[in-house]
Design a protein around this ligand. Structure first.
Ligand code: CMP
Length: 139
């Protein structure tokens, strides 16, 4: 059965462009409840740990540099079928391929600077949420 939680980050590009508010509005209007939320900045080391699964990819260094370049908003979101529904709301990784009305279509500028992250499985949602939040920070 699909889980009811996912994990997201508003990435440094979207924070810099003042798009935290509009993105959170879209998340709320799509029916997600905020379980946990944090405005923070990843060090290079922490960004590297978070994206460890991509370590062998050619874009890993660029990804780590970008994700530690400025503040981000990390959040755990709750809704039935959360992982799949959230990935639909954010759209394809590459904004050029993202459907109309999706967060990335509206706010992403490139495949690297793509406004938001969304967990790709229930297992990763749990792992990524625990990377940022302790049990006393989830409500
Ligand atoms: P995200 O959903 O955060 O998960 C991994 C990230 O790697 C992805 O979003 C993109 O921002 C980034 N990424 C994926 N492919 C590329 C690529 N070809 N070049 C640069 N960054 C990429």
């Amino acid at each position: 059965m699909a889980g009811n939680k996912t994990f997201t980050m508003v990435k440094p590009d979207a924070v810099k462009a003042n798009n935290i508010g509009p993105i959170l509005k879209m998340i709320n209007e799509a029916g997600f409840r905020i379980v946990a939320m944090k405005y923070t900045k990843l060090s290079q080391e922490r960004a590297g740990q978070f994206y460890e699964v991509h370590k062998e990819r050619p874009f890993y260094g660029e990804l780590v540099d970008f994700m530690s370049s400025g503040p981000i908003v990390a959040a755990i979101l709750e809704k039935d079928n959360a992982v799949e529904d959230y990935r639909k709301l954010i759209g394809a990784t590459n904004p050029a391929e993202a459907a109309d009305g999706t967060i990335r279509k509206l706010y992403a500028t490139s495949i690297g600077e793509n406004a938001v992250h969304g967990a790709d499985s229930d297992e990763n949602a749990e792992r990524e949420g625990s990377f940022f939040f302790s049990s006393t920070e989830k409500f």
